[in-house]
Design a protein around this ligand. Structure first.
Ligand SMILES: NC(=O)c1ccc[n+]([C@@H]2O[C@H](COP(=O)([O-])OP(=O)(O)OC[C@H]3O[C@@H](n4cnc5c(N)ncnc54)[C@H](O)[C@@H]3O)[C@@H](O)[C@H]2O)c1
Length: 271
C-alpha cells in the first residue's frame, strides 16, 4: 500500500528467501487489485540487512516488522534511531507492544519521532485497510497528524488511538474475545467446534476464535495474553493455564499440525 502513489518502498530482511516470497506476494496482491494503485506502482526494492543504512537514508518513514519479541524490537528500533536522519519517522508494526514500552530505557537521540503503526491483518488472505496510529506521549503532534494524512492518502483506513493505551483498539477487543473463548473451553461449557460454529453463524465471519488462534499460533496467543496479565490487573489465570497445557503438549496450532483442531496429513480426507 505504501507503493500505491508511485513512491519506492524498501523491504529489508536478513533472510533472502523471505524477501523473494514478499516480492511474489506483493505481485499477487497487485494482480488481484485488492489495493489498486493510484497511477503507477512504486518500485519495491528488496535489500539484505547489510544495506539497511542506504534504505534508512532514502526514507521518510521506517517501519520495523521483526517478530513479536520485545528484546528484538528494542534492538532494531535502537539501530534505526542510530542510523536515521533526525527528521525521519520511526514506527513499529507491533500489535501487542506499544511504542512507549519499546523505547522505554533505550538511549534514543530523538524520543519524539517514534510511533506505533500496526497494520491490521485479515484472516482470509484479503488485504485490510485498517491501520492504528498511537504515539508514545512524547511523539510530536505533527508526526501524528502527518501519518493520519499519509496513511489516508495511501488508501489505508487510519484509526488514531486517542490516548496511550495498554494495547491497540482492535487488539484489546480481540484479546477479550480470545480470553472469554479460552475461559469457556476451560470450564467445559462448549467445544472449539461449537464456539466457532456459533460465532460464525452470528457474526458471519469466515473463521471462529479457535480457528483464528490456531492460525496465529497458541504460543504467540499465550505470550500476548501473558503480556496483558503483566501490565493489567484482573486478568484471569484459567485462559493462560489452558494455553500453557496445550503448548507443553506441542499443540501450537496450524504450524505444529495440531491445536484446537488437527491439521496433520492423516486428518485430511482422502480422495
Ligand atoms: N497489526 C496486525 O494485525 C499484525 C498482525 C500480525 C503481525 N503483526 C506484527 O508484525 C510483526 C511481524 O510479524 P510477522 O507475523 O510478519 O512475523 P514473521 O516472523 O512472519 O516475519 C518477521 C520477519 O523479520 C525478519 N527478521 C527477524 N529478525 C530480523 C532482524 N534482526 N533483521 C532483519 N529482519 C529480521 C524475519 O526474517 C522475517 O522475515 C510483529 O511485530 C507483529 O506484531 C501485526
Amino acid at each position: 500500500m505504501w507503493s500505491r502513489l508511485g513512491r519506492p518502498v524498501y523491504l529489508v530482511d536478513r533472510d533472502d528467501q523471505q524477501l523473494l516470497r514478499a516480492k511474489e506476494y506483493i505481485e499477487k496482491l497487485r494482480a488481484e487489485s485488492q489495493v489498486p494503485s493510484l497511477g503507477r506502482w512504486g518500485q519495491i526494492i528488496t535489500s539484505p540487512s547489510q544495506d539497511l543504512p542506504k534504505a534508512v537514508s532514502d526514507s521518510w518513514l521506517l517501519v520495523e516488522c521483526v517478530p513479536e519479541s520485545l528484546a528484538l524490537k528494542r534492538k532494531v528500533i535502537q539501530q534505526l534511531d542510530d542510523l536515521a536522519h533526525p527528521d525521519t519517522i520511526v514506527a513499529s508494526n507491533s500489535s501487542s507492544y506499544t511504542i512507549t514500552e519499546i523505547i522505554q530505557d533505550l538511549r534514543v537521540k530523538q524520543p519524539d519521532r517514534f510511533i506505533g503503526l500496526p497494520k491490521l491483518r485479515g484472516t482470509n488472505g484479503k488485504m485490510l485497510k485498517a491501520i492504528e496510529i498511537m504515539g508514545s506521549g512524547q511523539t510530536k503532534p505533527e508526526i501524528l497528524s502527518r501519518l493520519v494524512e499519509e496513511t489516508r492518502n495511501h488508501g489505508f483506513k487510519p484509526f488514531q488511538v486517542h490516548r496511550t493505551s495498554t494495547g491497540y483498539i482492535y487488539n484489546r477487543i480481540w484479546a477479550a474475545i480470545k480470553r472469554e473463548t479460552l475461559l469457556t473451553l476451560a470450564e467445559g461449557v462448549a467445544s472449539p467446534e461449537e464456539i466457532d460454529s456459533i460465532f460464525k453463524d452470528v457474526l458471519k465471519t469466515p473463521k471462529g476464535p479457535c480457528e483464528q488462534m490456531d492460525v496465529v499460533g497458541l504460543d504467540v496467543v499465550l505470550d500476548i495474553e501473558q503480556h496483558y496479565a503483566d501490565v493489567r490487573q484482573g486478568i484471569p489465570e484459567e485462559p493462560r493455564a489452558l494455553l500453557r497445557k496445550m503448548v507443553a503438549q506441542g499443540k501450537l496450532g496450524v504450524k505444529s499440525g495440531s491445536g484446537f483442531y488437527d491439521y496433520s496429513e492423516s486428518s485430511k480426507p482422502r480422495d
